[in-house]
Design a binder for this molecule. Structure first.
Ligand code: ADP
Ligand code: MG
Length: 487
């Protein structure tokens, strides 16, 4: 005698068989040659129908499967999952999940199962299952994940900024490097309009370029100034590429790579600047030479006139203005000097002592004390002694002028390396104002009423002609000038 449960199960099995027998003939005929693999299981999970596609997928023939239960095909690792979903399906819910099955040859394939309960006369008599081979899809997914990982590592580690915007210019992605370059965290920029990054004067140019890209779908290049979070600006070179949907030909997004080119721009500017200075210097020296001769003649006649005139009121003014012209000319003329510079080995200690003697009178008048610090023995440098003297005089005069209420100047002469000497001039003056310090070495930059703004430029030029370097440090407590000169 069967238990009542067994009775019900058997009854349902019969119902299912009947349904299939009739169905395959009539309603379910399409299952046989359906492009997806399909099989039917009874209440116990036993195969009662498989289509040809499923035979092909598993390599088992229909007769081989008909006596088996579903677990016969399922890879051991997926067994629990399959039982679980199968039981839910026989309770009446459609289930879909991924699992692995093994073929007759022992190959494991990734499949997706959709289990649909079969209901006859209000009773669930079994399930039919659509099985899709997703091995290829899974493999693709792994590949895509690898590619994604590769791009992630790439975008997170390059110093260039990779930035994606939508058609309207809204930032939809920005690589983490933006924090290092611009000071913004990616989340501070995402959702904002691209224009917030541009320096206002470059915005119009950038917008025009973008307009071109949006209409012609062409890659564009450009360089623009960007505002950093801290307010500084930097030069960025950009390469923009539109991403087009191949089906609709619509623009999906714009990918841009930005590179910081500030340093390159600065070097270029410096080169242009030094070239300009060179030309300006040569011109100035030439003009100074030409102007000096007529000036000497004018001065001579002026003296004659002064002697004959009864009204000398204006002569003092004219003479002092003439002296000023002469001073400017003599400074300009130094620019031409490097051509006829005479290089000889000179004792630095002696040379600097010499300059000190020259300038001491002025220093004492201004209550300024000059001290020289030497280091072991004499240092000799190959130089044009008059030119170097000119440099020290320029720097010391500036130092004295920066201490209207007196102060100290220390000159240090030291060996810097095997083949170089280092000369420091430190003062306790008011310091070089920031805006002057930024442009130091350019001509006609002066804060003094009677200044020419040529002293530092000429001194720098002389030191560079001696293959040396000069640096300035300055704050409100004083100024330090460092000269490095080869022996
Ligand atoms: P000038 O002395 O004719 O003004 P310079 O080229 O010698 O021209 O100097 C340019 C400017 O640099 C000065 O006007 C001054 O503002 C600043 N400067 C130079 N040296 C010093 C210094 N030691 N301390 C403070 N300011 C300085
Ligand atoms: Mg000066």
């Amino acid at each position: 005698m069967n238990s009542p449960v067994e009775e019900i199960k058997n009854e349902r099995k019969l119902l299912l068989k009947k349904l299939l027998n009739e169905g395959i003939e009539k309603r379910w005929k399409f299952l046989t040659n359906y492009p997806d693999a399909i099989f039917v299981l009874d209440f116990h999970g036993q195969f009662v129908f498989v289509n040809s596609r499923f035979e092909k997928l598993t390599q088992f023939a229909e007769e081989e499967l008909m006596t088996k239960k579903i677990q016969f095909l399922v890879d051991i690792g997926s067994l629990d999952k399959v039982f679980n979903y199968f039981h839910r399906a026989v309770l009446g819910q459609i289930q879909t999940f991924d699992c692995k099955i093994s073929t007759k040859a022992g190959n494991i394939i990734d499949t997706n199962f959709i289990i649909v309960p079969i209901i006859v006369e209000d009773a669930i008599v079994g399930v039919y299952v659509v099985a899709k081979d997703i091995t290829h899809y899974k493999r693709k997914k792994v590949e895509i994940r690898k590619i994604e990982e590769f791009y992630r590592v790439l975008t997170e580690n390059v110093v260039d900024i990779i930035l994606n915007t939508n058609r309207l210019g809204k930032i939809i992605y920005v690589s983490p490097s933006c924090e290092y370059v611009l000071g913004y965290k990616p989340e501070e920029l995402i959702g904002k309009h691209l224009s917030i990054l541009f320096y206002k004067d470059d915005l119009e140019r950038a917008s025009l370029e973008r307009e071109k890209l949006l209409t012609n779908y062409e890659n564009t290049r450009g360089s623009y100034r960007f505002c950093k979070k801290n307010g500084d600006f930097i030069w960025m070179e950009s390469v923009c590429k539109p991403i087009i949907d191949s089906d609709t030909q619509n623009l999906l997004e714009v990918v841009t790579v930005f590179r910081d080119i500030t340093e390159r721009r600065m070097t270029e500017e410096l080169m242009i600047n030094s070239e300009k200075l060179n030309i300006a210097g040569q011109l100035a020296a030439g003009i100074a030479h030409e102007v000096r001769n007529p000036l000497t003649a004018i001065k001579g006649f002026l003296q004659l006139m002064e002697a004959q005139s009864t009204n000398n009121l204006y002569f003092d003014i004219i003479k002092s203005e003439m002296d000023r012209i002469e001073l400017i000319l003599s400074e300009l003329l130094v620019l031409a000097k490097p051509l006829d510079a005479k290089f000889e080995s000179e004792n630095m200690n002696a040379l600097i002592n010499n300059v000190k003697t020259l300038i001491d009178t002025q220093a004492i008048l201004n209550n300024v004390q000059i001290d020289i610090v030497y280091e072991n023995g004499d240092l000799t440098i190959r130089c044009d002694k008059n030119q170097l003297k000119q440099v020290f005089i320029n720097f010391l005069k500036n130092a004295i002028e920066a201490m209207p209420n007196g102060g100290n100047i220390i000159i240090e002469i030291k060996k810097f390396s095997e083949d170089k000497a280092r000369i420091l001039i430190k003062d306790t003056g008011i310091g070089i104002p920031q805006h002057i310090l930024k442009r130091i070495g350019q001509p006609f930059i002066t804060t003094k009423q009677g200044g020419t703004g040529l002293g530092i430029m000429i001194s720098k030029q002389i030191i560079e002609n001696h293959k040396g370097t000069v640096h300035f440090w300055s704050d409100e407590k004083g100024t330090m000038i460092e000269m490095i000169l080869p022996f």
